[in-house]
Design a protein around this ligand. Structure first.
Ligand code: ATP
Ligand code: MG
Length: 342
């Protein structure tokens, strides 16, 4: 019905990464959700990769801001500046006449937060804005046929949240969102190294450890050498970390994901449980890439677990797909739309 003409833009406004998808083109932007801001002038100095590179290396008047925290917009003004800057780079702000924009949001965000995201989309130039819940977008992106009366289960482990959902007939039958994601894994490594090595490391170093040798299950013998600052002497120092140490550091967070997954499974109606047992659980989000994650969740739940094809871009692709098929999916999706008016 609405708009057969004009561009459709899907935005995965993630805690860690912003991914932009355009109908007919696919993914056109994939950047970390970081902004470097001139504190006094409140002016953007850099966004994305460039801003992240400055993390921990800025003079006093430049501040590195992550506008999203725990899956939701924590600094609205900066989030909007960031989106505008990305869209400007894509020359989307002028060339396209008022696009349709769909943004993905975590499960269970408040009405106020939903409005805020819709408002942000309108602010950055949308003619009409829609929302989609992250697990639904993840499921579509992973190629699951969510409209059928069949049970599918997805776990999206992002930077800020882990979203666990059982879907059927286009909706979430049982779902939970916990504030456990990649950021908390990084923080756990920072703490572990401080407590066990008397050494301070930065978040980027922690993420490097996680991505290179981090694991959800013991039994790997990879190691990594990292640099930090000694707590006692205050001087730079090198240490070697073993993969098995990361399992120890991640323990509590991994248990949190396992417990939440079990709670969702326990509330799942039996017919849908049977479907999930047959098909398995699909993992998406950057956390799905942690070594041993799928095996860990499978061993905890005794349900087969698979990692989707492109876990980092799955949600953006699913959001794009949902927007392209909005006319057909409008009946099953709660897209909480908002129309540009002025
Ligand atoms: N190979 C890897 N192993 C472990 N973690 C990884 C790997 N690659 C990326 N990650 C982590 O995945 C997280 C980013 O994932 P993703 O882009 O799905 O999050 P997001 O969508 O921005 O966040 P959210 O959905 O919570 O708002 C980061 O914490 C990053 O460190
Ligand atoms: Mg995400």
């Amino acid at each position: 019905m609405f708009a057969k003409f004009g561009k459709k833009i899907a935005i995965d406004l993630g805690t860690a990464n912003v991914i932009i998808y355009i109908s007919g083109k696919g993914i056109v932007l994939d950047e970390p959700a970081f902004v470097a801001l001139d504190k006094r002038a409140r002016k953007v100095i850099a966004v994305g990769k460039e801003a992240r590179r400055m993390l921990g290396r800025t003079p006093a008047d430049i501040q590195i801001i992550r506008p999203l925290k725990d899956g939701v917009i924590a600094d609205f003004e900066v989030a909007e500046m960031m989106l505008k800057s990305f869209l400007k780079r894509l020359a989307l702000n002028k060339k396209i006449f008022k696009p349709m924009i769909m943004v993905c949001i975590p499960v269970g965000v408040t009405g106020v937060e939903r409005r805020a995201v819709l408002e942000a989309a309108i602010q950055v130039g949308a003619r009409k804005a829609f929302l989609i819940e992250e697990p639904i977008a993840a499921a579509i992106g992973a190629g699951l046929s969510i409209e059928k009366p069949e049970g599918n289960m997805v776990i999206d482990i992002g930077g800020g949240t882990t979203e666990i959902a059982v879907l059927s007939l286009g909706g979430i039958v049982v779902g939970e969102s916990i504030r456990v994601g990649g950021d908390r894994f990084d923080a756990a490594l920072v703490r572990y190294i401080r407590e066990n090595y008397n050494m301070i490391i930065g978040e980027s170093t922690a993420e490097k450890i996680k991505v290179n040798i981090g694991t959800a299950l013991p039994g790997f013998d990879d190691t990594i050498e990292i640099k930090g600052r000694d707590l006692m002497s205050g001087l730079p120092r090198n240490i070697e970390i073993k993969a098995d140490e990361t399992v120890f550091a991640f323990r509590e967070l991994l248990d949190g994901i396992a417990q939440a997954t079990k709670r969702v499974l326990e509330q799942t109606p039996p017919e849908l449980s049977a479907d999930i047992m047959d098909r398995g659980i699909i993992l998406t989000g950057g956390g799905a890439l942690l070594k041993g994650m799928a095996k860990f969740i499978s061993s905890e739940t005794e349900v087969p677990v698979f990692v989707s094809d492109s876990p980092l871009t799955c949600v953006a692709e699913g959001t794009g797909q949902a927007l392209i098929e909005i006319d057909r999916l409008a009946d099953v999706l709660d897209t909480g739309s908002s129309t540009f008016s002025s």
